[in-house]
Design a binder for this molecule. Structure first.
Ligand code: SF4
Length: 240
């Protein structure tokens, strides 16, 4: 399930160039104004019986169609954190390309992090990994994952993996998706194996290079092909 308390976004880095939601060929192209959605208070909304509308024991992918740490949402995020704190029976997955803004509007009682929050940092290139991951690891959080997506080159995550719980990897989807080389993915898989970190090869993306050949993969087959290659090591973990 997804919770999108606000909508709208704009590029943060090279991985946003063909954003699935706001890129040049996406339906929401040009929707760069950040606005609250009608589901803003969804996690704490109650039905007529006084029960929460969303039952517990769920994973809520939060702001996967925008960014939780957008500056335009700084005030709203304070309320969002309160709702997240109230729903300890729900796991909130927050994926961001703006980890440098993590501390803005962070609740005073955050401490070592809320138990029900799992934060993901996106990295697309080595430069972005080296820029974002030290910031990411410097912040208190109970659970952390890295999304190497869209993977645009070989990345060495070795220096960071000892403090990361999980890594997922995807090529770039969409009509203009850039090439993703299977060698880069296998390399990340080996890094994760060596560091005993769970690894999920989620999607090949549109242009997938394997054995020296680039194939164009149908959007509906990108996840299936990644699964077919059978290199993920999840141990029951599949975050989003
Ligand atoms: S941060 Fe995410 S949602 Fe925002 S433009 Fe970039 S890829 Fe799209």
């Amino acid at each position: 399930m997804n919770w999108e308390p606000w909508t709208g976004c704009y590029p943060a880095s090279t991985g946003c160039a063909n954003c699935y939601f706001y890129g040049p060929t996406a339906k929401r192209y040009g929707q760069n104004t950040i606005t609250q959605t009608e589901k803003f208070d969804w996690p704490v909304r109650r039905n007529k019986k006084g029960e929460y509308s969303i039952k517990g024991d769920k994973i809520l992918a939060t702001c996967f169609a925008t960014d939780f740490f957008l500056p335009e949402a700084d005030e709203w995020r304070k309320q969002a954190w309160q709702m997240i704190k109230e729903r300890q029976d729900i796991d909130f997955l927050i994926l961001t390309k703006r980890i440098d803004r993590f501390t803005v509007s962070l609740p005073e009682d955050w401490g070592a992090g809320y138990d029900n929050v799992n934060i993901g940092c996106s990295v697309e290139t080595q430069q972005l990994a080296d820029q974002r991951l030290p910031l990411f690891l410097a912040q208190p959080m109970k659970r952390r994952f890295v999304a190497a997506a869209p993977l645009l080159e070989a990345i060495d995550l070795t220096p960071y993996l000892s403090e990361i719980d999980h890594v997922s990897v995807s090529g770039e989807s969409g009509r203009n998706g850039r090439v993703c080389d299977y060698e880069w993915i296998l390399d990340l898989q080996q890094q994760c194996l060596a560091a005993d970190v769970t690894f999920w090869f989620k999607s090949t993306g549109t242009l997938f290079k394997k054995d020296g050949l680039i194939q164009k993969v149908n959007p509906f087959k990108q996840s299936a092909l990644a699964k077919e290659l059978d290199i993920s090591r999840l141990e029951g973990k599949k975050l989003f």
